[in-house]
Design a protein around this ligand. Structure first.
Ligand SMILES: NC(=O)c1ccc[n+]([C@@H]2O[C@H](COP(=O)([O-])OP(=O)(O)OC[C@H]3O[C@@H](n4cnc5c(N)ncnc54)[C@H](OP(=O)(O)O)[C@@H]3O)[C@@H](O)[C@H]2O)c1
Length: 307
C-alpha cells in the first residue's frame, strides 16, 4: 500500500510509520516541518518514506500528492494537554482538526486515482465526561469544549463518505506507550511521590500504543471495517486504580494524591483532560474481532516500563 499520513511525526504516527515500513508499505508523510520529519525518518533507514511539506489549514499544491495513495491516516492536531487553553490555543486546537480534516477531504476529492480509505482520529472526549455513565460507539455526544472539537472534527471526516471513500473514525482513548502521557507520570512515582490525580474516581479509558497502531493498520487493510470505533482497551480503570497499578509495577508507593487544584493552577481549563474522565468501552471494535495484545492495564504497563 501507499499510505499518506498527517501528524506522522507524533507519538502515534511515528510508530505507525515504523510498522508500515516493516511491512514493506510506502508512506507519504505530510508535515508542517519537513526538516524535522527528515530527522525523524532518515532516508537511510526509511527509503520508502516520502516527505511533503504542507500547511494543514490551507489548500495548496500539497493536495496533489494524495493522487495514487491507497489510504490516508489523519492524525494531525494541536496538542490538547500541553499548557493552558488560551483563546488562541483553543482556536488552534479546533482549527487544526476541523479545517485540517476539511482540507484532507478536499485533497481526496481532487486525487486521481483516489485513495479508497480514510482513517481519521477523533477522541473519547466526544462523549463528554461522567463518573457514572458507560459509553459505547452508539452513545450520544456530550458537552464541553472537547466534545465540540470532536464533533466538528468527525463532521468534516464524514464528508469523505460522499466521495465513495471507506471511512473509519477512531475515537481514541489515552494512549499509553514510552513517551506521551506515561513519561509525565513516571517521575513522581520514581521519587516515591506517586498517587492518583484529583479525586481518583474519574475514569481513565486507555489504550496501548501498539494496539492503536494495530487497529489503524486493520482499518486500512480490512474492507469490512467501516464507521466509528472506540480505540480504547476493553478494561478501562478509575484513576485511583491506574495509580495503584503504576505503583505496583514500579514497586513504588502510590498513596500521595496530586490535588486537582494544583493542576488547575498549571493548566487552567485544560486540567479537565486529567481531572475528569469517561468510561468508554470498545463495543464495535470487539464485535469485529479485534484482538488486543494488551487488554489489561498491568500487562500494558509492564510492557511499556520494562521492555
Ligand atoms: N496521545 C493521546 O493520548 C491521544 C488521545 C486521544 C486522541 N488523540 C489524537 O490522536 C492524534 C495523534 O495523537 P498523538 O499523540 O500522536 O499526537 P502528537 O504526538 O501531539 O502529534 C500530532 C502531530 O500533529 C501535528 N501537529 C501538531 N500541532 C499541529 C497544529 N497546530 N496543526 C496541524 N498539525 C499539528 C504534528 O506533526 P507535524 O509537525 O509533522 O506537522 C504532530 O507530530 C491527535 O489528533 C490526538 O488529538 C491522541
Amino acid at each position: 500500500m501507499k499510505v499518506a499520513i498527517t501528524g506522522a511525526t507524533g507519538f502515534v504516527g511515528s510508530r505507525l510509520v515504523e510498522r508500515l515500513h516493516e511491512s514493506g508499505d510506502r508512506v507519504l508523510v505530510l508535515t508542517r516541518n519537513p526538516e524535522r520529519a527528515k530527522r525523524v525518518f532518515p532516508s537511510s533507514t526509511f527509503p520508502n518514506v516520502e516527505i511533503v511539506a504542507y500547511t494543514p489549514t490551507e489548500s495548496g499544491e500539497w493536495q496533489k500528492s494524495l493522487s495514487g495513495c491507497d489510504g490516508v491516516v489523519n492524525l494531525a492536531g494541536e496538542p490538547l494537554a500541553e499548557g493552558r487553553w488560551t483563546p488562541e490555543r483553543k482556536q488552534a486546537i479546533m482549527d487544526s482538526r476541523k479545517i485540517g480534516t476539511q482540507r484532507i477531504v478536499e485533497a481526496i476529492s481532487q486525487a486521481n486515482p483516489k485513495p479508497t480509505v480514510l482513517v481519521s482520529t477523533s477522541a473519547i472526549g466526544y462523549y463528554g465526561t461522567s463518573e457514572t455513565a458507560t459509553f459505547d460507539e452508539s452513545s450520544a455526544t456530550g458537552e464541553g469544549f472537547l466534545a465540540e472539537v470532536c464533533q466538528a472534527w468527525e463532521a468534516q471526516a464524514q464528508k469523505a463518505k460522499d466521495l465513495g471513500v471507506r471511512l473509519v473514525i477512531l475515537r481514541v482513548g489515552i494512549v499509553l506507550g514510552m513517551g506521551g502521557a506515561i513519561a509525565k507520570m513516571i517521575p513522581p512515582f520514581k521519587l516515591f511521590a506517586g498517587g492518583p490525580i484529583g479525586s481518583g474516581r474519574q475514569w481513565f479509558s486507555w489504550i496501548h500504543r501498539e494496539d492503536l497502531v494495530n487497529l489503524i493498520l486493520a482499518s486500512l487493510r480490512r474492507s469490512d471495517i467501516e464507521g466509528v470505533y472506540n480505540a480504547t482497551a476493553p478494561n478501562p480503570v478509575r484513576m485511583s486504580d491506574f495509580s495503584h497499578t503504576m505503583g505496583q509495577v514500579l514497586k513504588r508507593p502510590s498513596w500521595l494524591p496530586v490535588p486537582g487544584f494544583a493542576l488547575e493552577v498549571l493548566l487552567g481549563d485544560a486540567a479537565v483532560v486529567v481531572l475528569e474522565g469517561q468510561e468508554v468501552v470498545p463495543k464495535r471494535t470487539l464485535q469485529f474481532g479485534f484482538e488486543y495484545q494488551y487488554p489489561n492495564l498491568k500487562s500494558a504497563l509492564e510492557n511499556i516500563l520494562f521492555s
